[in-house]
Write a new protein. Structure first.
Length: 254
């Protein structure tokens, strides 16, 4: 087990490596744009009827998932049964400041209810204070609780320096995350191509085992393609239908 001093050395080395290799890369568009989209509804006033509509839209357009708060996972799992779309849940949302055991329990409950992917919010305070032991434990607790279900770790990049984005991505990857994700969408700001590219470079040492999700502010077809070209493997958006209507793809095309 790494001490915090060991973590600081490893994180500093990763920051230096990533910042020294700032070559811009452009990634090709996906074979299936709908299959990259997590169709999302996380508003506190979302109703069961709106959740049903979300699911129906995901089925119609062939989206990868419906991303919802935990109380709606049983409903989403039932609605999506037998379709390509999967239930995705947010955990520790939107602040991430609760205990790892609380996040782990929440994730475990959601998986029991049918969640097939888990998006957790990182403990930003631990990151800011460079308490990498606690930061690693925060992510690892959720990864272990819902294994083998993939875990996406939300960094909330709007609050972070480039160095902190690299540190968070690296620690999350080391803790077993399947994705690192930009934002919750509840703290202002938005996913940027620059942040996506930075996170992509940081986790590239995992040879594709850790991917990048762009979320918050992706409301147009053009912005969706922009973050994908920067390296996003998945896009979280509440504007999936609008994006598809502006694209040249037909509903459900793969």
């Amino acid at each position: 087990m790494r001490s915090n001093e060991d973590w600081k050395i490893a994180v500093k080395a990763k920051i230096d490596e990533v910042l020294a290799n700032a070559t811009a890369a452009e990634y090709p568009p996906p074979a299936s744009l709908p299959a990259t989209i997590d169709h999302t509804l996380l508003k506190p006033d979302a109703t069961p009827a709106q959740i049903n509509t979300l699911c129906d839209e995901a089925i119609k357009y062939g989206f990868k998932s419906c991303c919802v708060n935990g109380s709606y996972i049983p409903q989403v799992a039932e609605r999506l049964q037998g379709t390509r779309a999967i239930p995705c849940v947010v955990v520790g949302f939107p602040l991430g400041a609760m205990k790892p055991s609380a996040k782990a329990f929440e994730a475990q409950e959601a998986v029991r209810d049918g969640a097939k992917e888990v998006d957790m919010v990182l403990h930003i305070g631990h990151l800011k204070s460079q308490d990498y032991v606690c930061l690693h434990a925060d992510v690892e607790a959720v990864v272990r609780a819902c294994s083998p279900i993939p875990v996406k770790v939300i960094l909330e990049t709007v609050f972070l320096t480039d160095e902190e984005k690299i540190a968070a991505s690296f620690v999350a990857a080391e803790a077993g995350a399947a994705f690192v994700k930009t934002c919750t969408g509840f703290a202002g700001g938005a996913a940027s191509p620059g942040d996506v590219a930075l996170m992509k470079r940081t986790v590239s040492y995992k040879d594709g085992a850790v991917r990048v999700k762009a979320s918050a502010g992706v409301r147009t077809y053009e912005k969706c393609l922009e973050v994908i070209k920067a390296g996003a493997d998945r896009v979280g958006t509440s504007s999936g239908v609008a994006i598809m209507k502006k694209s040249d793809l037909v509903p459900g095309s793969h």
